[in-house]
Design a protein around this ligand. Structure first.
Ligand code: FEO
Length: 395
């Protein structure tokens, strides 16, 4: 279904309420999502991005209901990832000679995935522009590593719309399309989760890119990302949030993450929460059992925390695989300037806390406080050892 964004620009994407996971199973989708594509009908007709392959038929049929596909003067592919390019081969079957504007890296990703080197690629870089008539043009802005090397954004003069692709998106089904119409709690929850779990590793680049875009002095009336709500009410509010999130963001929160075999390590986790509350009642404390909580939701909480504590019993001279897998994900996200502490129970050899410490240091955390390592089940005095961790994390 085509829906108006502004003047001669309409939304032609897919709202996917049934989606449960994204990036394989690596990102949980709790409130649906969308793949936003846009159709510009000025003197030139331009399609910006497509949708995921499962919806290629629906996408092309919807487009055909709106326009004669032969009338598309060119396609802009802001990014080659499958959620935005998956329907492109099916569309190109009908219009194989249509020019595709994209970055040099997107030629690599599109050809690599779909094996059509003969497509009519037009490589663009920051500052390049194309006249689309009626006094308007499209200006391209390289968004390298936000979040792929092939990413770019497209700015439409006259209507002042920034088609930002993945940047400023959320995995959220927004039937109403616009940020001012949707559920505000969900909007910000999903925007934060998206930043923490997808964009956080690129925070230094986000900072530089925001400075560059702001420095271009482009009037921005609408930010139209490729997922979730379109920002038309105070669109710069999401840019301002990104500037904060990219700057080693943290709140007065400590997040405790653990897994347990026979509840000993669980008892240590809860004792730590207690000790933190005794010393600093205003500090927000959250406890998550890694095996029982969505890993992306935990990661969002870690992103907003100033410190974390990670617990695992020793198993096989190491740690539980649930904790190890989660720590590998933590390593990928490259969070900065956060403290961490470690704890865990053991029966025989007790290497778990050292393994946790090593993995957290590797992930860029400042490991602090005593490494609380308890043989068999914790006694009262062991539980009180968690006070040392609490003090170190709150310092
Ligand atoms: Fe990087 Fe929404 O794809």
């Amino acid at each position: 279904m085509k829906r108006l964004v502004k003047n001669n620009v309409s939304w032609v994407g897919k709202i996917d309420w049934e989606l449960e996971t994204f990036h394989g199973d690596d990102y949980s989708i709790n409130n649906g999502s969308s793949q936003n594509a846009y159709l510009i009908q000025e003197e030139k007709t331009v399609l910006i991005d497509t949708v995921w392959k499962p919806y290629e038929r629906e996408f092309r049929e919807n487009l055909e209901r709106e326009i004669d596909l032969e009338k598309i003067d060119f396609i802009v592919m802001n990014h080659g990832e499958v959620d935005h390019s998956g329907a492109l081969p099916y569309l190109m079957e009908k219009i194989p000679n249509t020019p595709i504007y994209c970055t040099a890296n997107a030629v690599k990703s599109l050809v690599g995935q779909y094996h059509h080197p003969e497509w009519n690629f037009k490589v663009v870089k920051t500052g390049d522009s194309v006249d689309i008539g009626n006094g308007k043009s499209l200006v391209f802005v390289d968004m390298r590593m936000l979040h792929w090397p092939d990413s770019m954004a497209t700015y439409m003069t006259g209507d002042n719309i920034l088609f930002s692709n993945d940047a400023f998106g959320q995995h959220l089904a927004v039937e109403e399309l616009f940020n001012d119409k949707t559920d505000q709690c969900l909007l910000w929850e999903e925007a934060l989760k998206y930043y923490a779990n997808i964009l956080a590793p690129f925070s230094p680049l986000v900072k530089r890119k925001i400075e560059e875009i702001v420095g271009m002095n482009l009037p921005i009336d609408i930010i139209a990302p490729s997922h979730g709500a379109i920002w038309r009410d105070n669109p710069l509010q999401i840019v301002e949030k990104y500037a904060k999130w990219a700057d080693n963001y943290q709140e007065d929160q400590i997040t405790i993450v653990y897994d347990t075999m026979w509840d000993g390590t669980k008892a240590l986790a809860h004792s730590l929460a207690n000790e933190i509350q005794k010393i600093s009642p205003d500090t927000r404390v959250k406890i998550f059992n890694i095996s029982q909580t969505d890993k992306n939701d935990i990661m969002t909480q870690v992103f907003v925390s100033k410190a974390i504590a990670v617990g695992s019993p020793t198993v096989g001279q190491s740690i539980l695989s649930s904790v190890a897998g989660w720590l590998h994900f933590l390593f990928e996200l490259k969070f900065k300037k956060k403290k961490a502490a470690v704890f865990g129970c053991y029966g025989w050899s007790g290497e778990g806390v050292e393994v946790l410490e090593e993995l957290l240091i590797k992930s860029g955390f400042e490991v602090t406080g005593p490494k609380v390592k308890v043989n068999w089940n914790p006694k009262q005095e062991n539980l009180q050892e968690m006070k040392g961790i609490a003090e170190a994390l709150l310092q």
